[in-house]
Design a protein. Structure first.
Length: 280
């Protein structure tokens, strides 16, 4: 099948998954097309971070049913590095420190693995740093070592902008960012959707991310399923009213953990899924 006849879409159908003996995803259905932004919001323990890890193929997460395809390619049949090569990028909730290896080296190796030239990678990273108001010296420093949480998140954006994936999964990219950094990062993602046709799946607790990165659709994930779907106004309602009313209208019998009924009450970086890192 030629590229011209392949349907461009990241399609998730009936996805179920578990960690150990615990079932977490119970049939997730979602589609992201080029240039679209889809936000996934939900209370703690709903499966948001699990969804991102399953999409990227993290060890310890077992897919028990359903399918995920990227422009017709069966993602679930591929190891993690081939999913990245197919065009999927994951911006981590908790980026890893890599002592002795610079961000430039990581991006160069990723480009080489994808069959791209590494010429000009340094200059490209400097341009990307400028676009998000980041000090270009971080390009040559050991990756994420001795950086704040917000600086690590901006490193993720440098990689995304330089590698130019087809689809990006942003797992709590807003946690740890101050107001100015959040605005810069959100604008860069928005620009990538408009300039490069990047499809975005933004996983977040906070509607503030969506004030700049305007979503085409907002999906409420609870108890491992998409319980409600709407436009940007749904995020605004969640900010004002919390999850309970929306889930009740959807007929979802979901018990919300104490203190998380209102997404706007969290502090940045708090409240990730209890199953987000089962191997730690």
């Amino acid at each position: 099948m030629s590229d011209s006849t392949v349907e461009r879409v990241l399609r998730i159908e009936g996805l179920t998954a578990r960690v150990g003996q615990t079932d977490i995803l119970h049939g997730v259905d979602l589609e992201v097309r080029p240039g679209e932004v889809h936000a996934v919001m939900g209370p703690n323990g709903s499966g948001k971070s699990t969804l991102s890890h399953v999409l990227m193929g993290r060890p310890g997460y077992e897919v028990t049913g359903g399918s995920v395809t990227l422009d017709g390619v069966d993602l679930l049949a591929l190891p993690t590095w081939q999913r990245a090569r197919a065009g999927l990028f994951l911006a981590l909730q908790h980026p890893t420190e890599v002592p002795g290896v610079s961000l430039e080296s990581v991006v160069s190796e990723a480009a080489r693995a994808a069959g791209r030239s590494t010429e000009g990678i340094h200059d490209l990273l400097v341009v990307e740093a400028t676009r998000i108001g980041f000090d270009e010296r971080f390009v040559s420093r050991p990756m994420n070592v001795d950086l704040s949480g917000g600086e690590k998140k901006r490193n993720e954006m440098l990689m995304m902008g330089s590698l130019e994936p087809k689809y990006a999964v942003l797992d709590e990219i807003d946690s740890g960012l101050d107001v100015d950094a959040l605005a810069a990062v959100s604008r860069r993602v928005q620009e990538a959707t408009e300039e490069d046709g990047l499809g975005v799946l933004a996983i977040t607790h906070f509607s503030r991310l969506l004030e700049v990165l305007e979503p085409d659709q907002v999906h409420v994930l609870a108890a491992g399923r998409i319980q409600a779907v709407g436009g940007p106004e749904l995020a605004e309602r969640l900010e004002a009213e919390g999850y309970a009313g929306v889930l009740a209208e959807a007929g979802a019998s979901v018990g919300l953990p104490t203190g998380v009924s209102h997404p706007g009450t969290h502090e940045a970086g708090f409240g990730e899924d209890p199953f987000a890192d089962p191997l730690a």
